[in-house]
Design a binder for this molecule. Structure first.
Ligand code: MG
Length: 255
C-alpha cells in the first residue's frame, strides 16, 4: 500500500498528516512512531507544506551513478559524507546562495527516510528499516567542494538540503525515475536502478558506522551532470511516485 506522509503548518500549528488527494488526514505524531489519525481533516490548499520530517542526521552518498563519474573511477564502496539537519528546507522555500559562493549546483536525488533504529544491520534488515522515500536536492558549492578540507560549507550551508513534498511508503525505490528541471528545462533524468550501490546496500553500509534513527535521511547520489544555479532560478526535483520538490534560488540578503 502506498501512503503519502506530509508535515504542514496551518496558522500557528504544525502537524503531520496523510495526504489523500486534496485532503490531509491529521496524525497525532510523526510517521515513524506509529501515529494514529486524530479524525481531523484539512484541505491541502489551506496548509503550507513543510519539510516532511526533522532528521537527527543526514548522510549522503557521492558518485553513486556511473553517469556522474565524469571520468573518475567507480568507487569500490559507498563514499559517504554528512549534511546538517540545519540545512533542511521544505517545498517552495528559497535556496539561498551565500554571499561569497561562486558555483552552487543542484543535485536531484532520491532521499531515503529511515523508520527504525538501524545499527550494523544486514541487507535484509536494512530493507525493513527503510520507511519511505522523498525527493531531495543535494545543493553543492563546487569551488568549496574542491578546495575545503571538509564539505561543511559546500554541502551543509543553510538551505542546502531541500526535501519533500511528501515521504511516500510502499514504493519500489529500486526503480524510480529521478528528474531535475531548472526553469522548466530538463537537466537530469535517470532511474534509481542505475545506482552503483542500491538503497539497501547503502543503509546496511552506513549502519556499520553510524546508528540510524527514525526520521534520519540518506541522500542516495545524483545522476548525470549538474550546472550552476543563479538567483531567480526555479529548480524542481521530481521523483516518480513522490511528486515535485520545487524551490527558488535567492541571493543572500541582510539577516
Ligand atoms: Mg549528491
Amino acid at each position: 500500500m502506498i501512503t503519502r506522509y506530509v508535515r504542514y503548518a496551518r496558522g500557528d500549528t504544525i502537524a503531520y498528516g496523510v495526504e489523500e488527494g486534496a485532503t490531509i488526514r491529521e496524525l497525532d505524531g510523526d510517521p515513524f512512531s506509529g501515529p494514529r489519525a486524530t479524525g481531523a481533516t484539512v484541505p491541502i490548499s489551506d496548509v503550507r507544506l513543510l519539510a516532511p520530517c526533522t532528521p537527527s542526521k543526514i548522510i549522503a552518498v557521492g558518485l553513486n551513478y556511473r553517469s556522474h563519474l565524469g571520468g573518475r573511477p567507480a568507487p569500490e564502496y559507498p563514499g559517504v559524507f554528512a549534511k546538517l539537519p540545519s540545512a533542511v528546507i521544505g517545498p517552495d522555500e528559497a535556496i539561498v546562495i551565500p554571499e561569497d559562493a561562486r558555483e552552487v549546483h543542484y543535485e536531484g536525488e532520491l532521499v531515503v527516510a529511515i523508520g527504525k533504529r538501524a545499527k550494523n544491520v544486514s541487507m535484509e534488515r536494512a530493507r525493513d528499516c527503510v520507511f519511505g522515500v522523498t525527493a531531495g536536492n543535494d545543493v553543492s558549492e563546487r569551488v568549496w567542494q574542491r578546495g575545503d578540507l571538509q564539505w561543511v560549507r559546500a554541502k551543509a550551508s543553510d538551505t542546502f538540503a531541500p526535501i519533500g513534498p511528501a515521504i511516500v511508503s510502499g514504493l519500489n525505490y529500486n526503480d524510480l525515475l529521478v528528474q531535475t528541471r531548472v526553469n522548466g528545462e530538463a537537466r537530469q533524468a535517470e532511474r534509481t536502478r542505475d545506482m552503483l550501490f542500491d538503497v539497501d546496500t547503502v543503509v546496511a553500509y552506513i549502519s556499520r558506522y553510524v546508528t540510524l534513527l527514525p526520521g534520519d535521511l540518506i541522500f542516495t547520489g545524483t545522476p548525470g551532470t549538474t550546472t550552476a544555479l543563479q538567483p531567480g532560478d526555479v529548480v524542481e526535483v521530481e521523483v516518480e511516485g513522490v511528486g515535485v520538490l520545487r524551490n527558488h534560488v535567492a541571493a543572500a540578503g541582510p539577516e
